[in-house]
Ligand binder design. Structure first.
Ligand SMILES: [Zn+2]
Length: 346
């Protein structure tokens, strides 16, 4: 199972910081789709596979969380943050990144069945324009071509366009960072993802990814219609009581952008939601979990009232409201087991 491309700071065995105080396990999900579609995807599918959490495993995890802890929704978390109510001794909050159509098709019905409400973090550009995010173009190209062939074709294309320098290819300088960030990947896939996401200048990366996607997968516009939530889906999620938050506008690692571009990116997604849904307080999750020194300040200035990272630990009262932790679905069992090993009576 591939969790996400979101640079988790892994501390999976950590129990609650202060076992006696209320703590919330904020769980982060990305792809959730039936096992039968993981290898087949759709009519315009690639012939490879996208690693995803199956709906069956998702539901099993939901039931385990419900059996152990008390579910809370985002309004409840806000109420606690503002001192208007207390949190249960041990609770959990469900979050879903990237605006994937999986979330309306498979996640929302599973939540409805259990009376749960989640937080869906949507990148603005997928609603404003019909396009594929680079992160998903990379997943699909890797799925179709494999890391070795994609690497070979990409470098040939970069060289042919005069877009590659020896500096960008000096892989050894950033190998360790790549393998930490994409710790759940093979070394080749980790390095290639890192090169495309964190190293190549973004305009160059975007231009070449789109060319390769068109050649090997298909029309980004056509794919985006099936891959992402529509406006109607987002309206439906909100009508069902879920919360919709920002996940960047272009879904770029914010620490790669200038301060001006960071501000613009976060303001764009805030404005998009405000135009569509009115002035409503919303949370944010940082794409790839990447945060520069001033990113939390810019996020607050854009109008969001809390922000989630990918630092993996229990959320506690002491946490900075713009650097709240989340635990990836693949590490949830470890967190439950660790906490269960040292239960503290409420
Ligand atoms: Zn994301």
């Amino acid at each position: 199972m591939i969790p996400q491309d979101s640079s988790p700071t892994v501390n999976a065995s950590a129990g609650p910081a202060d076992p006696a105080s209320p703590q919330c396990l904020v769980v982060m999900y990305h792809y959730v789709r039936p096992q039968s579609t993981i290898n087949g995807l759709s009519a315009c599918a690639s012939d490879g596979r996208i690693d995803a959490l199956s709906v069956e495993d998702f539901e099993t995890q939901l039931d385990r969380l419900c059996a152990k802890y008390e579910p809370i929704d985002w309004p409840k978390l806000c109420s606690w943050r503002e001192g208007r109510s207390a949190l249960p001794h041990r609770s959990f909050l469900l979050t879903f990144d990237d605006g994937l159509s999986d979330h309306a098709r498979y996640v929302a019905p599973a939540l409805k069945q259990r009376g749960l409400r989640g937080v869906f973090f949507v990148p603005g550009v997928i609603l404003a324009k019909e396009c594929m995010l680079s992160v998903h173009m990379i997943h699909l190209l890797l799925s179709r071509l494999g890391a070795s062939q994609l690497n070979e074709l990409l470098l040939a294309q970069l060289r042919e366009a005069g877009d590659v320098t020896s500096d960008w290819l000096a892989f050894t300088a950033w190998h360790a960072d790549a393998e930490t960030l994409y710790h759940y990947e093979t070394r080749d896939r980790a390095r290639l993802k890192y090169f495309l996401t964190m190293r190549l200048p973004l305009p160059v990366r975007n231009r070449h990814l789109e060319l390769m996607f068109r050649e090997h997968i298909g029309s980004p516009k056509r794919w985006s219609r099936d891959w992402y939530l529509s406006w109607d889906d987002v309206v439906g999620l909100q009508a069902a009581g879920h919360t919709v938050g920002g996940h960047g506008y272009r879904h770029e690692p914010l620490d790669r952008l200038s301060e001006t571009r960071q501000k613009k990116d976060m303001a764009q997604v805030a404005d998009l939601f405000e135009d569509a849904f009115g002035s409503t307080r919303r949370p944010f999750s940082y794409p790839y979990g990447r945060v520069g020194d001033s990113t939390p300040t810019f996020c607050r200035e854009a109008g969001f009232i809390q922000a989630f990272t990918t630092q993996e630990r229990w959320l506690s009262p002491e946490d900075d409201h713009f650097l709240w932790p989340r635990v990836d679905t693949i590490h949830v069992d470890q967190f439950i087991e660790k906490e269960s090993a040292c239960p503290i009576a409420p």
